[in-house]
Ligand binder design. Structure first.
Ligand code: F2R
Ligand code: MG
Ligand code: MG
Length: 311
């Protein structure tokens, strides 16, 4: 992974950007989940009108990943699984996908943490639930792609045993890592960024979609993006889409997130994932203050980001 040595202040803003970026993208996208497509003025109006930016399962699970990494000073599957279970039981109203609550019940009833997810669907879930929570893994393992892949897949296994669900988690974490490792000035080479992602990817469906981003990021047409990349709940229909939203609005956090939400479909999750990559690249100061101020639990989210950065 070609990157630069970041000074500690820049690195800190990038950890904060990835965490707060996930939560803001999630909260702004949540009111539109399941919509066909959304006009930008409508998203802007809702963003300004919401008294609080309330996050959903995407951020709630991301916080679980960070809490466990911090407690164990690295990845521990057993601890992370039980952190997810505890957090879900405390706040089951966060709009979780259908699979995870069933898995959490199995784990609570004694099924091993790395076996429960394989019992759902045929061969496990390929939903985007592992990718949406990947921000802590991306920034924490940013300098070690092999370790990032290994830990992303192992932590995905808690809820998403299907190879495409796990690969979506690893790809999203790697996109965040690449973004975190780049200094935003001068502007990054988008073709090079994409090439690194393509080389990293082990699954053809992701490679095929990443190959389509080269044109789409230069001429972002919502209809075409949905048609060619998808906007659904499946990891392969949302992770490449979020990457494209970031690459087509490289220098604007609101642009990347509004672009993602505007596509409709799984808006909170594509918003969260585009927000995580954009925040990791531009740093937290690129996220409008008026959104940060209204973000639910902002102080706690920021505390976790800074603690992980200091670990
Ligand atoms: N749950 C939602 N949105 C529903 C509405 C929420 C509402 N606003 C509310 O407040 O209640 N969003 C969240 O779920 C997504 C993440 O889902 P996750 O964690 O991946 O769940 P799951 O169940 O593992 O997979 C999702 C669906 O994908 C299909 N699927 C997965 N694997 C499959 C397989 N092997 N074969 C066939 N289908 C498979 C299924 O339909 C799963 O239900 C995020 O959007 C998050 O925001
Ligand atoms: Mg959600
Ligand atoms: Mg969603």
């Amino acid at each position: 992974m070609s990157g630069i040595r970041l000074n500690s202040a820049l690195l800190r803003t990038k950890f904060l950007g990835a965490f707060i970026g996930t939560a803001v993208g999630d909260a702004l996208g949540a009111p539109f989940e399941g919509y066909y497509q959304v006009d930008r003025p409508e998203i802007e109006a809702v963003a300004e009108r919401l008294p609080e930016l309330t996050y959903t399962d995407d951020t709630h699970m991301m916080l679980g990943v960070a809490e466990s990494l911090l407690r164990c000073q690295g990845f521990d599957g057993e601890d992370m699984a039980h952190t997810f279970v505890r957090n879900y039981e405390q706040e089951p109203y966060r709009g979780y996908g259908p699979g995870p609550p069933r898995i959490f019940r199995m784990i609570r009833d004694g099924v091993p943490w790395d076996e429960a997810a394989g019992l759902l669907y045929r061969g496990g879930s390929f939903g985007n639930g592992a990718a949406m929570r990947a921000a802590p893994l991306g920034v924490f393992y940013r300098d070690n792609p092999e370790m990032l892949r290994e830990v992303s897949q192992a932590s995905a296994q808690i809820t998403h045993a299907h190879p495409l669900g796990k690969e979506g988690g690893a790809l999203q974490a790697y996109a965040i890592a690449l973004a975190a490792n780049r200094d935003p000035s001068p502007e990054l080479d988008r073709a090079d960024f994409l090439c690194e992602l393509i080389n990293f990817t082990a699954e053809e469906v992701y490679r095929d979609k990443l190959n389509k981003i080269g044109d789409l990021m230069l001429r972002p047409d919502p209809e075409k993006m949905v048609l060619e990349l998808g906007n659904g709940i499946e990891a392969f229909n949302s992770v490449p889409t979020a990457i494209c939203c970031f690459l087509s609005q490289l220098n604007s956090f609101p642009g990347a997130v509004f672009g993602a939400i505007g596509l409709g479909g799984d808006t909170d999750t594509i918003g969260a994932m585009a927000g995580a990559i954009s925040g990791a690249y531009l740093g937290v100061d690129a996220i409008p203050q008026r959104w940060q101020e209204r973000l639910e639990n902002r102080r706690y989210i920021a505390e976790l980001a800074v603690s992980l950065c200091n670990l």
